[in-house]
Write a protein that binds this ligand. Structure first.
Ligand code: NAD
Length: 380
């Protein structure tokens, strides 16, 4: 084989680990999944057996001389510590969103990755999927004319707390600091807007925790109807000015669930509805001249391809190019969320200090089946 697969270890075997383990093992040629670990040993055991990989401890993954890349799938409150350990162990790191909670933590991670010359990036990687790559392409070729404004609205409830969850506030990340709705869903919308428009110049906004005391909703939970406290904002609204002059607004809440999810880019010659950035192949609808047209998805990875960001990083390691998801993108997203939270307190518009290069798109040619991955390999 011309390009040797990169050996990968996964830390964190919770809810999202299934699709990552499946894809890192079977979907991508360039990743060779070696093992997984979790602070709850049985979880690591279960996933290791299910995917035919080694059940390891964090220590074993961090010190395995063959593992080059570690994927951090722990919950948000553990991201910083685990990322720091991964980088200090001299391993490249791909972390689920977001990389950490505070800007001080991000600066420390940035320092270590630079000092050790390591690749480090954080999710979401859904913008590398067929839907969001097609949306960017349609805008880039001018089908909506000059883009003027972007608008993202999402509401979702908190009913997804698992019935066997003993500590909803900790484990269900939408209720927990660092994983709350600004960091969690905000990250998807921001990364897709970065993909389309590049970096943001300034931002202002408000965030609040509405109804902090709330009951467990699921009658199957032993704490059904007991109260728990939400310790993170569950509703925010923000306005951004991108460096290219486009205005963007986000209204996102986990306080109430209307099932409403709208993500639209308005241009001088049309409107593009770009679907759910949490998905890889949602519908892209062009509204123009009083007609709506569904756009065929021009790119590969239409189905759940989580792990594609880590696979892209693995290709970057083997071919010597930068990863499509840069450290700077995640850093910029984190700064925006922190700026919105700060603005809530001081009511002052924030000029951003972080910046990034707009990521290189996937190859627009249609590759199917086993050749799909060529679209990650091509980088120009
Ligand atoms: N659940 C989803 O639908 C979803 C979707 C996309 C992204 N994500 C992101 O993926 C990450 C994980 O989410 P999840 O839903 O799988 O969470 P989860 O709580 O189900 O799983 C996290 C796992 O990490 C383990 N863990 C915590 N600290 C650890 C440590 N120091 N060392 C080893 N293991 C540790 C926990 O024991 C747990 O098994 C979060 O950042 C989340 O935002 C989740």
């Amino acid at each position: 084989m011309k390009y040797k697969p990169v050996k990968v270890g996964v830390i964190g075997c919770g809810m999202i680990s299934d699709i990552y383990l499946e894809n890192l093992k079977n979907k991508f040629y360039i990743t060779e999944l070696i093992g997984c670990s979790d602070i709850v040993e049985e979880k690591a055991q279960r996933q290791a057996e299910k995917y035919g990989i080694r059940k390891m401890t964090n220590h074993e993954i961090l010190n395995d001389p063959e593992i080059e890349l570690i994927v951090n799938l722990t919950y948000a409150s553990a991201h910083y510590e685990v990322n720091r350990e991964i980088l200090n162990a001299g391993k490249h790191c791909y972390c689920e969103k977001m990389m950490c909670i505070t800007m001080d933590e991000a600066q420390e991670l940035n320092r270590i990755r630079k000092e050790k010359n390591l690749m480090f990036a954080s999710a979401p990687d859904t913008f590398l999927g067929a839907g969001m790559q097609t949306a960017r392409y349609i805008i880039d070729i001018g089908l909506i004319g000059e883009p003027i404004q972007a608008q993202a609205t999402l509401t979702r409830g908190y009913h997804m707390i698992k019935s066997d969850d003993d500590d909803a506030a900790r484990k269900y990340s939408v209720m927990y600091e660092g994983g709350g709705i600004p960091y969690d869903m905000g990250g998807y919308y921001l990364h897709e807007l970065f993909n389309i428009f590049g970096p943001v110049e300034s931002v202002c906004g408000y965030a609040k925790t509405r109804n902090a005391e709330r009951p467990y909703l699921n009658p199957r939970n032993s704490k059904f109807d007991d109260l728990f406290t939400v310790n993170t904002p569950n509703t925010f609204s923000a306005v951004m000015q991108f460096k290219n002059g486009v205005f963007g607004s986000m209204n996102i809440s986990s306080e109430y669930d209307t099932g409403r999810n709208e993500f639209k880019i308005y241009g001088t010659r049309g409107i593009l509805s770009i679907g759910d950035p949490n998905l890889f192949g949602d519908s892209i609808i062009l509204e123009k001249n009083d007609m709506s047209t569904q756009i065929p998805l021009y790119f590969p990875y239409k189905t759940n391809s989580r792990g594609i960001g880590a696979a892209d990083m693995a290709w970057a390691l083997r071919t010597g190019r930068p990863p499509r998801i840069s450290f700077e993108m995640g850093y910029h997203a984190l700064e925006i969320i922190n700026a919105i939270l700060a603005c809530t307190d001081d009511k002052k518009v924030k000029l951003l200090s972080t910046d990034f290069e707009r990521p290189i798109p996937l190859a627009a040619d249609i590759y199917s089946g086993g050749a799909e991955e060529r679209s990650l390999f091509i980088y120009n």
